[in-house]
Design a protein around this ligand. Structure first.
Ligand SMILES: [Zn+2]
Length: 373
């Protein structure tokens, strides 16, 4: 969940795009070097005969880094498969420094749904560790013996690290979902965030005194992820029970055959920077003031809306609760919404801030939260 990070798409597995974030490329280079440096030490620990194992540390570093990368992919797809089994749509997985970020719909509010989706990751890592450990005991080829022993240890560490009760690690979500059963989601998030911040400080101070840059980066990453999780949770509380139709702005739909000049005047009349477009294929599209500004004004009469329009990542119904589309809205900033089967207007992330300010003025928003339909 969360904002969709940018990355390079490298494969499509089970309908899910596998993307690599640039931070991972740096980490891979770092791992190759650390792994090559650690190689003699790990050989010593494995209890294997040094002379039987090929002795090129750099080649080992590279092989190990690729093995670790594949392990992280398998771990991530553990999350994806469990989420898919609950009917949650997953569009992509981006591998980053600390594992992966899945772009998935909101996990259903059923008890332990988040628990199941989160716990499976570390369990997959432990399973890989176990299988590789067994493999290292039954094969007789020293190079494979050594490789599976090494990667088995790495997966064990990966599983344990991900179980730490801190956002954005799996353990943070596991811990939150267990707490939420007792104290409600908002309080559980606040508690888990405080814990994550304490952990980030500990790791950061440890990294500082050991001159360990990676540890300091991890600390920073955990801290900022925890903070944004708290912000998301707090804004969820503020908009609780409010639907897309409550805050969405009703604006006219512009035809895809309209000229940019016509679209511009419609934007001016409605004071809307974004207009929904109904395309010939019926797919809801958007055209924005920003896009218009990139076109020289003297070309506005000739160029049509259909030359500029962009598909919308999502088109919620007006009856959908805002909290359900919050992450998508935050990353897209504006989404068109539909009512009675037709595009009715746009809902903007910016309107949420206004909503918080004006909340007390409209009794709809001060009464008891509505039930989801
Ligand atoms: Zn995970």
């Amino acid at each position: 969940m969360g904002r969709s990070p940018t990355g390079l798409t490298v494969a499509k597995i089970h309908g899910v795009k596998l993307k690599i974030h640039f931070s991972l490329l740096f980490l891979l280079v770092y791992i190759v070097f650390v792994a090559s440096a650690q190689f003699p030490y790990i050989v010593g620990q494995s209890g294997l005969d040094v002379s039987a194992i090929s002795s090129n540390p750099l080649a080992w570093g590279l092989t190990f880094a690729i093995g670790l990368f594949v392990s992280v992919v398998v771990h991530e797809f553990g999350h994806v498969l469990v989420a898919q089994s609950m009917g949650v749509k997953v569009s992509g997985v981006t591998l980053m420094m600390l594992g992966g970020v899945s772009e998935m719909e909101k996990i259903p509010d059923k008890p332990f749904a988040e628990f199941k989706v989160s716990i499976v990751g570390p369990l997959v890592s432990f399973a890989i560790a176990g299988m590789l450990f067994v493999l290292s005991k039954i094969v007789s080829i020293p190079n494979i013996q050594f490789f599976s022993y090494w990667l088995s240890r790495a997966n064990l560490v990966l599983g344990i690290f991900n179980l730490l009760p801190a956002f954005p690690l799996d353990g943070g979500r596991v811990f939150r979902s267990l707490l939420a059963a007792r104290q409600g989601e908002a309080q559980a998030t606040a508690t888990t965030v405080s814990l994550a911040k304490a952990l980030a400080w500990t790791l950061g101070i440890l990294g500082f005194f050991q001159f360990n840059m990676i540890l300091m980066l991890i600390a920073l990453f955990i801290y900022s992820a925890a903070s944004s999780e708290l912000m998301l949770s707090e804004s969820k509380g503020l908009i609780h029970g409010i639907t897309v139709g409550d805050v969405g702005v009703r604006v006219p739909v512009v035809s895809e055959e309209a000229s940019l000049k016509e679209a511009a005047s419609l934007m001016f009349q409605t004071r809307s920077r974004v207009l929904p477009v109904k395309s010939a294929e019926g797919i809801p599209m958007l055209v924005t003031l920003k896009q218009l500004r990139r076109v020289p004004r003297n070309a506005w009469s000739e160029i049509r809306v259909k030359d500029l329009m962009m598909p919308s990542p999502q088109t919620p119904e007006s009856s959908v609760l805002l909290e359900e589309i919050l992450p998508e809205l935050a990353s897209a900033e504006t989404l068109p919404f539909v009512e009675n089967g037709a595009i009715a207007g746009v809902v903007r992330y910016q309107d949420l801030a206004d909503l918080v300010d004006f909340r007390g003025l409209d009794e709809r928003f001060t009464e008891e939260p509505k039930k989801a339909i």
